[in-house]
Design a protein around this ligand. Structure first.
Ligand code: DX5
Ligand code: ZN
Length: 219
């Protein structure tokens, strides 16, 4: 069985102490760095852009999992590849030519991910699931950290898992938003492979310990 992974979201880190927080993740049991890119158009918030990703990449010693919450993501695929990004995810709702976008991401040597807003049904992936490396199931409306988890996510993960198996896809299921130690195990039991955690990790008293506890919960 696929090992279950934890990806702390740097959106919730202290941007004035970014290097310190990245080193913490490097030394922790975490598996990936989750980087949230927001453009203020697809989502009502702006996070950070290329110079910050470049600075993060310089210190990060684990794979960079980039979640693009932007319109027209095709424009930036090559740039993210050059920055050393490992997984690049785009939003289903932002890509009218999703198949082409995924091929372009893979052509740059990155894993290709698709994120689904809470209202977007997994059945829409029926004809593309075999081309996807990672599906990000949004368990909050994208745009902000620290929101509460949407309960419908469990059923959505089960439906997605069934679709992946039925279609013989190798896609991994990543959950993003409101993840904590109260829902982690239930998500993994439903079929999740990767849990993103922002506030739960970085706003805790001892982030290293919180990551360790989360990993133990889903081991
Ligand atoms: C939300 C982002 C998430 C966010 C999660 O739009 O995609 O990755 O950082 O933050 P928490 O874990 O605080 O909900
Ligand atoms: Zn995210």
């Amino acid at each position: 069985m696929q090992k279950k992974l934890v990806a702390p979201s740097l959106l919730a880190s202290d941007f004035a102490n970014l290097q310190r927080d990245i080193e913490m993740v490097n030394q922790s049991d975490a598996d990936w760095f989750h980087l949230d890119i927001m453009d203020g158009v697809f989502v009502p918030n702006i996070s950070f852009g290329m110079p910050v990703v470049q600075a993060m990449a310089k210190h990060a010693q684990k794979p960079l999992d980039v979640h693009l919450m932007i319109v027209d993501p095709d424009r930036y695929i090559k740039t993210f590849a050059k920055l050393g990004v490992h997984h690049l995810s785009v939003h289903y709702e932002a890509c009218p030519h999703l198949h082409r976008t995924l091929q372009a991401i893979k052509a740059e040597g990155m894993k290709a991910g698709v994120a689904l807003n809470p209202h977007t049904p997994v059945s829409l992936l029926e004809d593309i699931i075999q081309d996807i490396d990672i599906v990000i199931v949004m368990s909050v409306n994208p745009g902000f950290g620290g929101q509460s988890f949407i309960e419908n996510t469990y059923q959505k993960v089960k439906d997605l898992k069934a679709l992946i198996e039925r279609k013989n896809s190798n896609a991994l299921i990543e959950i993003d938003g409101g993840v904590n130690d109260a829902n982690a195990k239930k998500l993994v039991d439903a079929g999740a492979d990767i849990l993103v955690a922002g506030s739960f990790v970085f706003k805790s008293e001892n982030p290293t310990q919180t990551i360790k506890r989360l990993k133990e919960k889903i081991a």
